[in-house]
Design a protein around this ligand. Sequence first.
Ligand code: AHM
Ligand code: MG
Length: 339
Amino acid sequence: MKKKFRALTMNEFIVQQQNAFPYATGDLSRLLTHIVIAARIVNREVSMAGLADILGETGKENIQGEQVKKLDDFANEQFKSVLGSSIEVCGLATEEEKDLVSFESDLSKEGKYIVCMDPLDGSSNIDVNVSIGTVFSIYRRISEIGTSSVLEDFLQPGTDQVAAGYVLYGSSTMLVYTTGLGVTGFTYDPSIGEFFLSHRDIRTPEKGNTYSVNEGNYLEFPSGVKQYIKYCQEIDVATNRPYTSRYIGSLVSDFHRNMLKGGIYLYPQSNTYPEGKLRLTYECNPIAFLAEQSGGMATDGMGRRILEIQPESIHQRVPFVVGSTQMVQLLEKFMHINS
Ligand code: AHM
Ligand code: MG
């Protein structure tokens, strides 16, 4: 009988990957394991949220003018503290901090990498026990090693990402990441406290039958988006329509479902959000990198590949369309015809 081996832990997998590159120093591997540590702490708090006094708002507003939830704040502090005490990271930009955070210890200044992240995305779902996520993106610094990180380190286009991923705090907790060699997913076993390899080389279907968009904003959308939504709702047996509408309002969860099953997620420009709502550096770029690595596509709906947009500020917003390639291409066509 064939012997069944247990699944690899994420650390084992990372080391295996690293060994495939004889010149790898292990810095990126160590950085990923630091993210795992912080994610485990955040996961514990998220799963206990109803019992601990950590639901609700802090009373503070972030740079976006949004109410900061206690869990947002907690997650931000955890990642800041874990990455700040690592020797691989010299700086961090997060949704919760107005300015970039430069880690100033002598060891941190030697770090080769910077991290952009949304420590806890989908805040509106926190208090009602619906899935939320952490999104992260890693770049090699441009500034000289041994100095403080500078803004230019954080304003690199998404094509320069070295790694990106997310943690999904859902019915189970998953960590999904890419270093540009495909997308790999790990599922957390809380009884052992480890992430185990569960999804090797994730490939997204070319097309799907799910569309994810906040249809409450329909009247404010550009006409190309409105027509695409109508297309999704039309009856046509040949193309398996009407499609299913699924919108959690939590980017990581909506994207994760669509990546596995096939589908499209849209957060277009509207009167309320003329530039779109989602932030380029720490929400769209990492998700776009994962989408492309799984065989999908991510654009701004107006012909621009998300990963090629040159960021001008760390909190810059951008219209966002991501998912199965054929669906994104069709949305682009609707937008083009109606422009
Ligand atoms: P957040 O970073 O404040 O949580 O906002 C980002 C979230 C995404 O996760 C989600 O897809 C979107 O905002 C939902 O926005 P809306 O409630 O406008 O549909
Ligand atoms: Mg967010």
